[in-house]
Design a protein around this ligand. Structure first.
Ligand SMILES: *Cc1c(COP(=O)(O)O)cnc(C)c1O
Length: 379
């Protein structure tokens, strides 16, 4: 089976991890700050805090922005559940802004409408989590301006988008957002096995996130309140978590970061080959983009039944997948009052979407096989 996504590990990655195993620190050593500095240098963000997953990153991003009981968080229904769950973790309520069927990202006109209505009824959200679906950036300038005018904070869930660009800058530079969250899960642009990073240009948000990621504890003499008891002294200043990334994972992430541009170039090449190979089929293809990180290549069937086609592709060895079941249709969100029909564009998209294999290690030959089988199944 050709999978829909796959990590790519080489000898240098293995050696980087083994190096850590042979050194003194498996965690809280120098690889973590090194990885943080390297991702800041790559993205252009001022501060980076490594965490043990993208999900942990979303949680501490919300906490740092003060999301709590009585607040609300908005996001796209066309995402992984983590984009919304972070609001629930903080005791906030969650709501969604339906997608633009062309970009499959959250719709900016719908966002503008919803913000205006929420403003009139004094129910503005505290935070908007935007998702760069499949690696293509949302229009961050428009979103940033809108949200700023209402005093709504913006988190970019860039789990799909590391290595991509927007308006000439790298995703993660937080030019139009408060915080960007990345993920290093094996299917994403680069991997640390599990892991993630929160990026921000705001020093206060950065220090809050660092605190939340490590029990709420600091040893920094500058941040200690009152007097230190001595060299051993540390202080717990808030209720934090152990969301730290280990040095093993950071070493892998660092080594992978060297190859990020190469990985994205290959993903873009493969996306281009899909556009050529599939253009005459009864399919709605993704928007063409030279700045997308091409995390996913999702086609929408226009004439065929999705379930029948999905099964036929899997039976022939093509490991297709579906991204995403709209979050509000999950039982957890149905129990919160959401219903079928609430976000019709995300639901209509979901009915026909199929994700084709796309990852840097996919060979031309394998992709040609996938294209051939898709053509066969849809003929
Ligand atoms: C993968 C993913 C996450 C969560 O990242 P983890 O590192 O797996 O916790 C969040 N949001 C989106 C859109 C994702 O694809």
């Amino acid at each position: 089976m050709i999978p829909y996504g796959k990590h790519q590990i080489d000898r240098r990655d293995v050696d980087a991890v083994v190096d850590v195993l042979e050194q003194r620190f498996l965690t809280q050593g120098d690889r973590v700050p090194e990885f943080e500095r390297a991702l800041c240098a790559y993205t252009g963000a001022r501060h980076g805090i490594a965490v043990n997953s993208g999900t942990s990153g979303l949680h501490i991003a919300c906490l740092a922005l003060g999301v709590g009981t009585g607040d609300s968080l908005w996001t796209s229904p066309n995402s992984f559940v983590a984009s919304a769950n972070c609001g629930l973790y903080c005791g906030a309520s969650v709501d969604f802004v339906d997608i633009d069927p062309h970009t499959r990202n959250l719709s900016i006109p719908l966002l503008a409408q919803k913000l205006a209505r929420a403003d009139a009824s004094h129910q503005l959200p505290k935070v908007l989590v935007v998702v760069h679906f499949a690696g293509m950036s949302c229009d961050m300038q428009a979103i940033g301006e809108l949200c700023r005018s209402y005093g709504v904070a913006v988190i970019e869930d860039a789990a799909h988008a590391l290595g991509g660009q927007y308006a000439g800058g790298n995703i993660g530079n937080c030019a139009y957002s408060d915080i960007t969250v990345t993920s290093f899960h094996p299917v994403k642009s680069i991997t640390s096995a599990e892991g993630g990073m929160v990026l921000t240009n705001d020093a206060v948000l950065a220090s809050r996130m660092r605190l939340f990621a490590s029990h709420g504890i600091t040893k920094d003499p500058v941040s200690i309140q009152g007097h230190s008891h001595g060299d051993w002294y540390y202080q717990q200043q808030c209720l934090g978590f152990n969301y730290r990334l280990s040095d093993l994972h950071a070493a892998l992430g660092l080594s992978q970061l060297d190859k990020l541009d190469e990985f994205i170039a290959r993903r873009r090449q493969l996306a281009g080959r899909y556009f050529k190979g599939l253009c005459d089929l009864p399919l709605k293809l993704p928007r063409v983009s030279n700045s997308s990180a091409w995390h996913l290549f999702v086609v929408e069937l226009t004439k065929h039944d999705r379930r029948v086609s999905f099964d036929a592709l899997r039976d022939r060895g093509v490991g297709v997948n579906v991204h995403y079941i709209p979050i509000h249709l999950q039982p957890v969100y149905q129990a919160l009052g959401f219903a079928q029909g609430d976000f019709p564009a995300a639901e209509a998209y979901y009915q026909n979407a199929i994700t084709l294999p796309l990852y840097p290690g996919l060979t031309d030959k394998e992709q040609d096989k996938v294209i051939g089988i898709v053509r066969e199944v849809l003929s």
